[in-house]
Design a binder for this molecule. Structure first.
Ligand code: HEC
Length: 220
């Protein structure tokens, strides 16, 4: 029983001592920009550079940290002329997105040709329309080297020499993924076409090469 009195006494004393040390007001709004409790090296959390997608419009945010005498807080970070809550400007009206084919970015690097050849599947429905579109694109982007029928006999071959035939040898049996990867990155003496044709267009060309050029050759 005496122990119980003793501990109660110690507990009460400590409570009085410690509670008098705490400034309750300090804990209001804690964890907000206005009043973080302890923030070590705040510049690591609050970007000095303007964040593109957000703004801190409160001119007082971080004011208590100011040592430079300005009347806006250290964390104030906003372009007041923007009509929306971002520092970045929105694209001009009617801007057309480059690569607007709805595909995720193609991330396989150039040296992954074998992997691409084995794993990629043509995501398009291969029908007459796809092949017809592919034919037009092939005429614009490939035929001057590879020739209209894909035999490597386009006019540029006269100068370049050694343009591969798409209808014979190993290329004849190349998988759609192989051809797609070669169009994207180029191979050997052929340059990359990934920046000129979006993924949908590349797959359309692949469809045309596989379903038309290579089949036409096989039937002869
Ligand atoms: C400037 C000329 C040129 C253009 C344009 C061109 N190619 Fe090529 N292509 C080549 C040459 C040269 C090679 C042989 C590359 C080598 O092995 O050095 C080749 C090789 C290829 C190969 C065989 C790759 C392999 O595995 O051996 C494919 C498939 C191919 N091209 C498809 C295309 C398609 C589809 C287009 C159109 C988007 C295209 N090329 C546009 C010059 C061209």
């Amino acid at each position: 029983m005496r122990n119980a009195y003793k501990y109660t006494y110690i507990y009460l004393t400590l409570t009085v001592i410690f509670s008098s040390c705490v400034d309750q007001k300090k804990f209001e709004n804690i964890g907000t920009h206005e009043k973080p409790n302890v923030e070590f090296a705040p510049n690591m959390y609050h970007s000095v550079a303007y964040e593109p997608l957000t703004q801190i419009t409160d001119t007082d945010a971080g004011l208590w940290l100011n040592s430079n005498g300005s009347d806006t807080g250290e964390f104030y970070n906003s372009n007041p002329y923007n009509p929306h809550k971002m520092n970045m400007r929105e694209p001009a009206a009617n801007t057309v997105r480059f690569n607007n084919d709805g595909f995720l970015p193609y991330r396989l690097p150039k040296d992954c040709l074998d992997y691409a050849a084995k794993t990629l599947v043509n995501p398009l429905k291969v029908n007459d329309k796809t092949i017809e579109d592919g034919k037009i694109l092939y005429a614009k982007f490939c035929a001057h080297c590879h020739g209209e029928t894909g035999q490597g006999d386009g006019p540029v071959n006269d100068a370049l020499k050694g343009v591969a035939s798409l209808t014979t040898g190993s290329v004849k049996d190349a998988t759609p993924g192989h051809i797609f990867h070669v169009i994207t990155w180029g191979k050997g003496r052929m340059g990359a076409h990934g920046s000129q044709l979006n993924q949908e267009e590349r797959w359309k060309i692949v469809s045309y090469v596989k379903e038309n050029l290579q089949k036409a050759e096989a039937q002869q």
